[in-house]
Design a protein around this ligand. Structure first.
Ligand SMILES: *Cc1c(COP(=O)(O)O)cnc(C)c1O
Length: 379
């Protein structure tokens, strides 16, 4: 038994990741729209260096991250493609030197941001101008398209900035309801109007992009020269009601061993606060993983894990480092048996999307929240 098999670990299945990317690329009109692999937040918890190497080996030339440090890490691990930093980054001299020396493409999120980057950069850096067409987060206000185009032009003329791209982000692309799809349509219209007005002012871009995972599935559009694929690469859905394309599979399984099995009598309780009181003699298995490993405490008494191909209820409060399950009806469970917190065992499957729904959140938060003390094992 390997060391990592003694407690809790995450299995990252690169074969599934490879298949997911092939399926998603197959949905794009790749003559017009090139895939960008979004590997921010340690590739949504899956391991950014390893996933980048896989995707690069498959011919991917674009990656996206959320900050400079994530970009530097990709370079240190041999990434030779374009790396877009999608979010605002500090524009002090040190940060600009890092962007410059690592050949990162930085989002320019406002006029002030661009101005300070221009002033502090040691040489030419590549930027993609970010437009706020309705997300309300970062970007140049694109509601007045004429004024916005004028500002984009000013940014494109700033010293040290090479404005190669322009992009925006959808707020509600993951919903099929009419009001949401109309809203996405409005965002697209604002975006293309600004791009057209920029062209009228003589400012053109190599890359004009707005597609994310949800966009790639339900708002496919050749006008986006890049598709920024995130959550679907990892086999999860942007929104629980949105069916995933056929064949996509979750890439990560989260497993742990049973640390102890005991029988408690009717009336005895389990864990902090005594929220679980046995109504019958109950066989309890303890698992050495808890909320500090990224298994949310909100799942206390609500979720199920897999043991011997069967579902077992989580009972009592989930602790920082341990949790308990009811295995009364599963014969033969003993110390060292493998429990599947996320993944498949026999005919049963628990997905990150399933436990996210119990917590009232999304799969993104579950997988990116599996903490760094959980070793990743690659297959
Ligand atoms: C995270 C992110 C994406 C990827 O989104 P998914 O829903 O995971 O596909 C795309 N674009 C931007 C700007 C992002 O921040």
């Amino acid at each position: 038994m390997n060391d990592f098999l003694k407690r809790a670990w995450a299995e990252v299945h690169l074969d599934r990741a490879e298949k997911n990317l092939r399926i998603l690329t197959g949905l794009l009109d790749t003559e017009h729209t090139k895939p960008v692999c979004v590997v921010k937040a340690n590739a949504y918890g899956h391991g950014d260096a390893e996933l980048m190497k896989l995707y690069q080996g498959m011919g991917i030339g674009f990656f996206a991250v959320s900050n400079i440090n994530e970009g530097i890490k990709l370079r240190e691990n041999g990434c030779s493609g374009d790396i877009i930093v999608l979010s605002w980054s500090p524009s002090d001299k040190g940060s600009m030197a890092a962007i410059h020396s690592n050949n990162l493409i930085q989002a320019a999120v406002s006029y002030e941001h661009a101005l300070e980057m221009s002033a502090n950069s040691p040489g030419e850096i590549r930027v993609h101008v970010k437009l706020d067409t309705g997300m309300g987060r970062v970007g140049l206000n694109a509601f007045d398209t004429g004024e916005c185009a004028e500002t984009v032009k000013k940014i494109s003329e700033m010293k040290n900035l090479k404005a190669e791209g322009i992009f925006t982000h959808f707020a509600a692309a993951d919903s099929l309801s009419k009001d949401k799809t109309d809203y996405t349509g409005e965002q697209k219209r604002r975006f293309s109007e600004v791009v057209r007005k920029c062209e009228d002012l003589g400012v053109t871009f190599i890359h004009r992009h707005f597609t994310n995972s949800a966009g790639a599935i339900i708002h496919k559009d050749n006008a986006s020269t890049l598709a920024r694929l995130g959550i679907t690469l990892y086999g999860l859905t942007p929104e629980i009601s949105l069916p995933l394309p056929e064949g996509l599979q979750p890439v990560m399984d989260f497993k742990a061993c049973v640390s102890q099995v005991k029988t408690i009598h009717k009336g005895q309780s389990v864990s902090y606060g005594r929220t679980f009181i046995a109504e019958r003699d109950t066989k309890v298995a303890t698992i050495p993983a808890g909320y500090a490993d990224g298994y949310p405490r909100l799942l206390s008494g609500r979720s199920e894990v897999l043991v011997k191909g069967r579902r077992a209820k989580v009972i009592g409060r989930i602790c920082m480092d341990q949790m308990m399950i009811d295995v009364t009806d599963i014969p033969g469970v003993k110390m060292g048996d493998i429990c599947t917190l996320i993944g498949r065992d026999g005919g049963e499957t628990v997905t990150a999307d399933e436990i996210a729904e119990i917590c009232g959140t999304i799969g993104y938060e579950i997988v990116s929240g599996i903490s760094s003390r959980v070793p990743r094992v690659y297959y």
